[in-house]
Design a protein around this ligand. Structure first.
Ligand SMILES: [Zn+2]
Length: 165
């Protein structure tokens, strides 16, 4: 189980869940590889993130949302070469409205009714849903390197899909 409970935080209002990703992968488009470790967000001002160095020698600049990190732009450059990638975590981590609706349909857990206008970490939400529905999730790999809570979340969604079919 994930011991970094704050790696993904959900801000829930009556109609929408906004996500704040505090631990995310870094991809270098010059050598086409991920950094060994996820990066812990150190706070950014006005959407300007940190400047990092890849082992291949490329310089990596980050850009993210102003207040919360729900997307990340990663710009790599080395000599005259440049390469960029944008991660939309709401999509990549399956934290869209349709996914919360899937959980509601399969397990009866309606996040908008149970936790309106609140904040909860994804880890805590998963524990709450496990207790609510009396189940234990089995993690699934994400399409990009992701915090453990995201892999638990993907496992939970997979259980919901199987339950519905
Ligand atoms: Zn590189």
């Amino acid at each position: 189980m994930d011991d970094k409970h704050q790696s993904v935080v959900l801000h829930i209002n009556a109609r929408k869940v906004n996500i704040d990703v505090q631990e995310y992968p870094i991809f270098c488009g010059i050598c086409s590889s991920y950094f060994d470790k996820l990066r812990v967000h150190s706070g950014s001002r006005y959407g300007q993130g940190a400047c990092l160095q890849c082992d291949c020698g490329a310089e990596i600049n980050l850009r993210d949302g102003d207040n919360i990190v729900d997307w990340l732009g990663i710009y790599a450059s080395k000599e005259s070469e440049v390469a960029s990638v944008k991660f939309n975590f709401t999509e990549l981590f399956s934290l869209q409205k349709k996914h919360f609706n899937l959980i509601k349909g399969a397990l009866g857990y309606d996040i908008y009714k149970i936790r309106p206008n609140s904040e909860i970490s994804l880890s805590e939400l998963i524990w709450e849903i496990e207790a609510f529905a009396d189940l234990e999730v089995v993690p699934e790999k994400a399409s990009i390197p992701a915090p453990a809570c995201v892999e638990d979340w993907l496992g939970l969604l997979q259980m919901c899909r199987l339950k519905k079919s």
